[in-house]
Each structure stands twice: as structure tokens, then as C-alpha cells.
Design a protein around this ligand. Structure first.
Ligand code: SAH
Length: 220
């Protein structure tokens, strides 16, 4: 892969890591082909930006593996006209993928350093439909509720109730639920006030820390 352009690596990533593993949603594939993932990782990891793994982004946090970003986005079943809430902005990469597809993205990050960096990059790249907020998102973000889709990119000990409450009718919540070290990607769909829960696949995320997540001392 040495010597290839970032774009060539990115197209190869989509073919081998995403399409080959069964993700076929054209909106997700188009977004993954477009967003310059290498700009969302620290300089020293840029050469690895399109590798099949998560990467450190500072402060003990990570940008998710490309496949996991694609899989979670596909699980939201977006058509393009949605308002989406993301909890765990991190690098801002997942927010950019969502912004390529949805009408409006609200993304919440508890660490101000990461929130600021991500907000600046998203603005520089022209994602005017992203609102980046600092705070504990484990209770959602009520000022913009309800949401057509909610994605949590940190591992929760249980399904955060407030996030289900902030779903619009027909809305989907995708959240990793389990221990601090291993979770099950879980999808909650709200229909006519009833809630359906599905287990999708195993995954590993950094912990969701906050009032409706884990305590500060969970992993260190
Ligand atoms: N979606 C990110 C990766 C997220 S890593 C990306 O595309 O790069 C998980 C992030 O969740 C970390 O940045 C962590 O600080 C944040 N986080 C953890 N608990 C949180 C909470 N309660 N509210 C908001 N963000 C939280």
C-alpha cells in the first residue's frame, strides 16, 4: 500500500473491509468513500488511517475501526432526511460520516479538548449541518430532541433510558451495551410507544462515562 494516495487507500478500505463483509447500503458506502479519515487521526497515525483497526486519538480515546463505523451507520437505516444524535464525538469522524448522509447531526463529547478539535476540523471541512456540544451525553441532549436516530460510540453498562425517550416515533438507537471491556452492539427501535431490542454483533468500545454510564474510575 506504500506510495498510494489517501484516496486510493480509502477506496480499497471500502472494498476489502466494508463491502466484502456484507455492508451494501449505498449511502454508507458513498460516505465512507468520501470522508478523508486520515485528517481525523493524529499526524503520526496518518499512514495507518485506512488500516483495519481503531487508532488512538489522545486522552486514552480511540477512533473506531472503519468497519465498525460503517456497520453502526448502516444499522441506523438512514434515508437522508434525519436528525441524528451522536454521543461520543471523539475525533469527529463518525459525525462526518453521519453528516454526509443525514440532514442534521448533533454530537456530544464530554472531553472539551476533543470536542474543540473535532468541531474545528468539521467546520474546516465544511460540515455546516453538524452541531458539536461539550457535556455528558449519557442522558442524551434534550434541547434538540426528538431524534430520528441516536448512535452511542462508547460502551454503556445498560441501555440509557433517556436516549430511548429522546427517540422520535419510528426512531432507532444503536448502542454498545455490556462490560467496560466487551459489549454487544444493540439496536432499539421505537414504534407507536413500543420498544423493540435487537442484538447485532460483539464489539469493543471505550467506556461511556457519566451519570447514566460508568463512573470516572472504570478503566484506570
Ligand atoms: N465517534 C468517535 C469515537 C469515539 S471514542 C470517532 O469517530 O472518532 C468515544 C468517545 O466518547 C470518547 O471521545 C469519550 O471521551 C466520549 N465519551 C465517553 N463518555 C461520554 C459521555 N458521557 N458523553 C459524551 N461523550 C462521552
Amino acid at each position: 500500500m506504500r506510495g498510494l494516495s489517501h484516496e486510493a487507500r480509502r477506496l480499497d478500505m471500502v472494498e476489502r473491509q466494508i463491502r466484502a463483509r456484507g455492508i451494501s447500503d449505498p449511502l454508507v458506502l458513498a460516505a465512507m468513500r468520501k470522508v478523508p479519515r486520515h485528517l481525523f487521526v493524529p499526524e503520526e497515525y496518518q499512514a495507518a488511517a485506512y488500516d483495519d483497526r481503531p487508532l488512538p486519538i489522545g486522552g486514552g480515546q480511540t477512533i473506531s475501526q472503519p468497519y465498525m463505523v460503517a456497520s453502526m451507520t448502516a444499522a441506523l437505516g438512514l434515508a437522508g432526511d434525519e436528525k441524528v444524535l451522536e454521543i461520543g464525538t471523539g475525533s469527529g469522524y463518525q459525525a462526518a460520516i453521519l453528516a454526509e448522509i443525514a440532514e442534521k447531526v448533533v454530537t456530544v463529547e464530554r472531553r472539551q479538548d476533543l470536542q474543540k478539535r473535532a468541531a474545528r476540523l468539521l467546520r474546516e471541512l465544511g460540515y455546516a449541518n453538524v452541531e458539536a456540544v461539550t457535556g455528558d451525553g449519557s442522558g442524551g441532549y434534550a434541547p434538540r430532541a426528538p431524534y430520528d436516530a441516536v448512535i452511542v460510540t462508547a460502551g454503556a453498562p445498560r441501555i440509557p433510558e433517556a436516549l430511548v425517550e429522546q427517540l422520535a416515533d419510528g426512531g432507532r438507537l444503536v448502542v454498545p451495551v455490556g462490560s467496560a471491556f466487551h459489549q454487544t452492539l444493540t439496536r432499539v427501535t421505537k414504534r407507536a410507544g413500543r420498544v423493540e431490542t435487537e442484538n447485532l454483533e460483539g464489539c469493543v468500545f471505550v467506556p461511556l462515562i457519566g451519570e447514566h454510564g460508568w463512573g470516572e474510575d472504570v478503566s484506570n
